[in-house]
Design a protein around this ligand. Structure first.
Ligand code: SPV
Ligand code: MG
Length: 565
């Protein structure tokens, strides 16, 4: 989240696809579009360089395994057309057959298709239920011309000025002749159609050429050269056609390719037998934009916590809590019927972290919770947390949460830490400057962060990344921006960095002081982190404002009882 607030005073709305289609009509070149029936085939049409997609009734019906005969509903055609439009950036023109009923039905059709982002539609003068123009042996009836013209007017008036309404006449298909075709074309043009589609199933261009020749309106013409297939776009443009639709060639290519591939597979019984005629999987990934999915997953999904491990450092002995801890380690102190350690494990498991290791030492036999891996640091009295952490070195290979065994925390703190994309992240409580007076005495782990975070935005994530620049107990408490709560996350790279720095310190000698600790063995986690920062590695801060407590003293323990739910 950032400081930026989304406003409502947005700039002018982006131009609709209808407007884009209108621009194509206004340009001098012919508009060439191709049929499709789903998102993928529409995308192939776009990639092939066509100006638009024809959401073909013939193709969509075939993709359902049914004839092109008004069998699909308006909703089914709309859903298919919307899917296509969503998959491409070019305009989609929907083949709406008869408009799915009379003029009243056509009004709703137009409104629904325009609302779905479709650029335009085509309504033909077949009577419902229509039959595909090419099916043989069909008795063809046409709608009454005046009624159809009113339907076209209704469609035009129900849509916005950008939406394109194409009126199609089937007069030539029905064998009613050129004059009737022209009469109908004129009637629909005069009713406000944006273009007239003259359909023909002759094997030559002659019929549509005659129509174009005698066309006496300004309304542009559209044709579908499925049967007069040798005609080129240039031929048709020369005759006066503004738009050419290659209506179903993708579907027919697909059927041939699938049939041949499946037949080969069935006879050869071996996947490799068809390898040279199919696209590799990577081509499918590209077409469905797998890269975008990956980017979105990184940006918007919580990280895969299944693969995150946890190491809980619970080896130490804390004299301040005697005699409460005379018979058990601090992590096993109960707060309202559950030990601190159980509460930590619950929180981790509920957030999907299931591989949990505990480093135990003092009274280790008391730590027997199931489903947890144990590492022992029997030298807990002389050694510090750094040593304990490295006892669990086998866990430090991938993403791992490291936490002290004596902290109680709201689950959302852990959740935010798990979401951190950084290699090394510490949870830092920014209430420090407000709470300093009460906590100075216990010598907390302090941090200085940069840039200095804005505390009053305490419920929001930082607008920009905040880094920890200093860490330790000896930091001037008035300079400290936050308190490190004893919870950190390391990525695989973060583990590597910590390991490298650890080995370097070890090579310097076991007696050498490490930051605030007198020796390598006694070094604390914060000493190791200091050395990491000192070597120029970036340590990120996840800022919180309270919501946790550390059980160091009787007072802390009492507070735990009142504050934990
Ligand atoms: C379609 O593609 O559904 C058409 C064009 O309407 S045609 O099939 O040629 O009639
Ligand atoms: Mg059709």
């Amino acid at each position: 989240m950032t400081d930026q607030v989304r406003g409502f005073s947005s700039p002018a709305a982006p131009a609709s696809k209808g407007a884009a289609l209108r621009r194509l009509f206004a340009s001098p070149s012919p508009i060439v579009i191709a049929g499709a029936h789903d998102g993928l085939t529409a995308r192939l049409v776009e990639e092939a360089g066509f100006d638009g997609v024809w959401a073909s009734g013939f193709e969509i019906s075939a993709s359902f395994g049914v004839p092109d005969a008004s069998i699909l509903t308006m909703s089914e055609t709309l859903a298919a057309s919307r899917t296509m439009s969503e998959a491409v950036s070019i305009p989609v023109i929907a083949d709406c057959d008869t408009g799915f009923g009379n003029a009243i039905n056509a009004i709703r059709t137009v409104q629904a298709f325009e609302a779905a982002g479709i650029a335009g539609l085509c309504i033909e003068d077949n009577v419902f239920p229509k039959r595909c123009s090419f099916y043989p042996g069909v008795k063809r009836l046409l709608a009454d011309t005046d009624e159809q013209a009113l339907k076209i007017r209704a469609a035009v008036e129900a849509s916005s000025k950008d939406f394109v309404v194409i009126a199609r006449t089937e007069a030539l298909i029905a064998g009613w002749g050129l004059e009737e075709a022209l009469r109908r074309g004129r009637a629909y043009a005069d009713a406000g159609a944006d273009a007239i589609l003259i359909h023909s199933r002759q094997s030559t261009i002659d019929e549509v050429a005659q129509f174009a020749d005698q066309w006496d309106r300004l309304t542009p013409l559209v044709c579908v050269p499925t049967t007069y297939r040798t005609a080129t776009v240039e031929d048709l443009a020369r005759l006066g056609f503004k738009m050419v639709i290659f209506a179903n060639h993708g579907l027919r290519a697909e059927i041939r390719a699938i049939q041949e591939t499946l037949q080969t597979l069935r006879t050869e019984n071996r996947a490799s037998s068809v390898e040279d005629r199919i696209v590799p999987l990577s081509e499918v990934y590209r077409l469905v934009n797998l890269n975008q999915l990956k980017t979105d997953e990184r940006a918007y999904l919580p990280p895969d916590t299944e693969s995150v491990k946890a190491v809980i450092l619970a080896a130490g002995f804390d004299r301040r809590l005697m005699p409460l801890v005379s018979d058990r380690p601090k992590a096993m102190l109960e707060v309202k019927g559950k030990s601190i350690l159980e509460r930590q494990i619950d929180a981790l498991q509920q957030l999907g972290v299931r591989q949990i290791a505990v480093v135990r030492g003092y009274k280790k036999e008391q730590m027997t919770l199931p489903n947890v891996k144990y590492y022992d640091n029997d030298a807990f009295e002389e050694s510090g947390e750094m040593e304990s952490l490295l006892r669990a070195g086998a866990e430090l290979s991938g993403p791992v949460v490291v936490m002290y065994g004596d902290i109680l925390f709201d689950r959302n703190i852990l959740e935010r830490l798990l979401q951190s994309p950084d290699d090394i992240t510490l949870v830092c409580d920014r209430s420090w400057p407000d709470m300093r007076a009460g906590r100075e005495a216990i010598g907390p782990d302090l941090v200085v962060e940069s840039p200095t975070p804005r505390r009053h935005h305490r419920f929001l994530a930082d607008a920009q990344p905040v880094r920890v620049t200093l860490i330790g107990q000896s930091i001037d408490s008035t300079q400290a921006t936050a308190e490190f709560i004893g919870m950190a996350k390391l990525s695989a790279r973060g583990c590597q960095i910590l390991g490298e720095v650890y080995r370097e310190l070890r090579e310097r000698g076991a007696d050498q002081p490490v930051h605030e600790s007198p020796s390598f063995r006694a070094a604390k986690l914060t000493d190791l982190l200091h050395e990491v920062i000192a070597r120029g590695h970036s340590v990120a801060s996840v800022g919180i404002y309270q919501g946790w407590l550390e059980v160091d003293t009787f007072d802390d323990y009492r507070r735990a009882w009142t504050e934990v739910g």
